[in-house]
Design a protein around this ligand. Structure first.
Ligand SMILES: Cc1cc2nc3c(=O)[nH]c(=O)nc-3n(C[C@H](O)[C@H](O)[C@H](O)COP(=O)(O)O)c2cc1C
Length: 213
């Protein structure tokens, strides 16, 4: 089949983000994936597990939550779960929470029993990314924690190889990650951007080969 007739590769990026740092990485991963032709990228943000009623008691948090909701509208967990099987590759991103994925991401996975029993995600390409306050605060364990349910679902996981030179400065072989500081307000670094884009591109390349074989 000529490349003109190939169907588009469908990539879904699902993330949770409270302050926008993980969201920023999702944008760069999407950018990297779209460096290839015929790639369709859909980005979905999982809603916070804390209600606006609780958030609105804290003016600073309310401002952050409103800003996030305007920039990245949320999709319900049920809605995201329904979309998962319709994609060739799925990339999951979560901030580091005590060295683990954040609750909204875990809640999403805990709602996927039907997809698991039907094997709907078996053979999908997958990857992960995270952000963390501090270098040794568990960015790698968080990346790996997100892989556990993916392996249970039979997904095929992609990381970042050391041929991506910026991996010496940012992220890990398990996936892109960035350090945001105690106040979650550190600027994204060029190395973070390059590693995030490299992962997006790699997922697109591998998935393209995989679905055409
Ligand atoms: C409940 C909670 C637990 C956290 N645990 C960690 C941690 O274990 N290690 C770490 O480096 N940062 C930790 N952080 C900081 C977050 O990882 C950081 O704020 C996040 O990466 C910012 O991402 P976001 O802007 O996408 O929300 C924690 C933050 C919260 C609110």
């Amino acid at each position: 089949m000529s490349s003109n007739n190939e169907r588009p590769v469908k990539i879904l990026i699902v993330f949770y983000s409270r302050y926008g740092n993980t969201a920023r990485m999702a944008e760069e991963i999407a950018y990297g994936a779209k460096e290839l032709s015929n790639i369709q990228v859909t980005v979905r943000r999982l809603a916070d597990n804390i209600s606006m009623e609780v958030i609105s008691k804290d003016p600073a948090w309310t401002k952050i939550a409103e800003n996030m909701n305007n920039r990245y509208p949320t999709t319900s967990i049920e809605g995201v779960i329904k979309e998962l099987p319709n994609h060739d590759a799925i990339i999951f991103g979560s901030p580091t929470r005590f060295g683990n994925m954040a609750a909204p991401m875990k809640t999403m996975w805990d709602g996927t029993t039907e997809l698991w029993t039907s094997g709907s995600l078996v053979g999908k390409i997958g990857a992960v990314f995270t952000s963390a306050a501090s270098v040794h605060g568990g960015q790698e364990t968080t990346a790996v924690s997100m892989m556990f349910p993916m392996f249970h679902h039979g997904m095929i996981l992609i990381g970042v190889p050391y041929s991506v030179e910026d991996l010496i400065e940012s992220g890990s072989p398990y996936g892109p990650s960035r350090i945001v500081g105690r106040l979650a307000n550190q600027e994204i670094q060029q190395a973070d951007i390059r590693v995030a884009r490299a992962l997006g591109k790699r997922v697109a390349e591998v998935t393209k080969k995989f679905i055409s074989s």
